[in-house]
Ligand binder design. Structure first.
Ligand SMILES: [Mn+2]
Length: 316
C-alpha cells in the first residue's frame, strides 16, 4: 500500500477523507498524525543512560503508557552510542521501550548508528563484541544491531508541521516532496550529516569541517553538506513542513554559536546529553551546558519554534 503523498498537508487531507488517523512507518519515513497528545523529541545521547532515564521520568511517558491514554509520542533522533560509558545500557533501554510501545516510540537512524568505520571515535562495535560471555556471542549480537540500525527511519514528519531529521536537509532535489524521499538512501545519508550555516546566503555548500582534508568541495562530493536558511525553507516547503528539530551538534557549536542561528525560529538544534549527567562525555568536557529536549502538542498549529514553550532543559 502506498501511504505517502507529496506533502504533509496532502496526507492530512487523505486521512481526513478516509477517517483513518493512523501513524505509519514506510520507506525510511515516519508520519505521525495530528491528534491529541504531546510529542517529545530527544537529541544526541552518546552512551548516557542517566539522561535517557531522566527524560522518560520528566515527561511521565511510562505513566502515560501504563495508566493513561497512550497519547504521548517519544522520538529519539539518533546518536545513541559511542563516547559515553553506558552505550550498551542505552540501547537496551531504547529497544525495550520500542518493543513495549511500538506505536509510541521511534528510534531514528543517524551517523553513529550506521556501519563501522565512518565516525570517530567509535566504541560501540567493540563494546558489544566483547560485552558478552564469548566473543562469538558478542559478534552475533553486534550483527543483530547492524540489522536493527538499518531499519531505523531517517525522517519523521508530523501532521502539525513538525519535521524531525538528525542533521537537517539533503542536497538532492526533491520535486515530488516526500515521494522523492521515500527509500532515498542517498538523501538520508546527507540528512544525517548536514549542518546549518548562517554564513550561506542561499542553497547548500560542502562541509569541509567534517573531513580530514578540510576541503569543502570534497565534502560536498561525499554528501557532507552545509545548508542555508533559504535551502531549509525550500526543503520544508516541498514536503509541507513548518519547522525542523535536528540534533547532531552541541548546541553552542552550531555555526553562529546558537541552537538556531537563522533569522527566524524554523530550526532548533537539540543535544540531550551534557552538563548535569555524570555519564555525559560532553558534560565532563564542559561542552554542552544546557542539554535539552523538545516538546510540541500534536494538534498544535506550529509556525515557529518558541524556545520558552517548546524547548525544555533536561536537568532543571
Ligand atoms: Mn550525529
Amino acid at each position: 500500500m502506498e501511504n505517502y503523498r507529496a506533502t504533509i498537508k496532502e496526507i492530512n487531507e487523505e486521512q481526513e477523507k478516509t477517517r483513518n488517523f493512523e501513524m505509519f512507518n514506510d520507506g525510511g519515513i515516519v508520519y505521525i498524525p495530528k491528534k491529541t497528545g504531546a510529542i517529545t523529541v530527544v537529541g544526541d545521547i552518546h552512551g548516557d543512560s542517566l539522561t535517557v532515564e531522566q527524560i522518560i521520568n520528566k515527561t511521565g511517558f511510562i505513566e502515560n503508557m501504563e495508566e493513561g491514554d497512550r497519547s504521548q509520542i517519544l522520538v529519539f533522533m539518533g546518536d545513541y552510542v559511542d563516547r559515553g560509558p553506558a552505550e550498551k545500557r542505552v540501547m537496551e533501554i531504547l529497544l525495550e521501550l520500542k518493543k513495549r510501545y511500538p506505536k509510541n516510540v521511534f528510534l531514528m537512524g543517524a551517523d553513529h548508528v550506521t556501519t563501522e568505520g565512518k565516525v570517530n571515535p567509535q566504541s560501540f562495535p567493540q563494546t558489544i563484541k566483547s560485552g558478552y560471555d564469548t566473543e562469538e556471542h558478542g559478534i552475533k549480537i553486534f550483527g543483530k544491531y547492524v540489522k536493527i540500525f538499518g531499519l531505523m527511519p531517517s525522517l519523521v514528519v508530523c501532521g502539525n508541521g513538525l519535521v524531525i531529521s538528525h542533521g537537517g536537509i539533503c542536497a538532492e532535489t526533491i520535486p515530488q516532496g516526500l515521494l522523492s524521499l521515500r527509500r532515498n538512501f542517498r538523501a538520508f545519508y546527507q540528512m544525517q550529516w548536514a549542518d546549518p550555516d548562517p554564513g550561506l546566503t542561499q542553497g547548500i555548500g560542502g562541509n569541509g569541517d567534517r573531513i580530514e582534508s578540510g576541503s569543502d568541495e570534497e565534502a560536498l562530493n561525499a554528501g557532507l553538506i552545509l545548508y542555508s536558511e533559504e535551502a531549509l525553507r525550500s526543503f520544508l516547503g516541498k514536503i509541507g513542513g513548518k519547522v525542523m528539530i535536528r540534533g547532531h551538534q552541541v548546541s553552542s557549536e552550531v555555526r553562529g554559536g546558537k541552537p538556531n542561528s537563522f533569522s527566524t525560529n524554523i530550526l532548533w538544534t537539540i543535544h540531550s546529553t551534557g552538563k548535569g549527567s555524570s555519564e555525559s562525555y560532553y558534560g565532563k568536557m564542559g561542552r554542552e551546558k544546557d542539554p535539552c529536549f523538545a516538546q510540541f502538542g500534536m494538534d498544535e498549529s506550529i509556525t515557529e519554534i518558541d524556545p520558552n514553550k517548546h524547548i525544555k532543559k533536561v536537568w532543571l
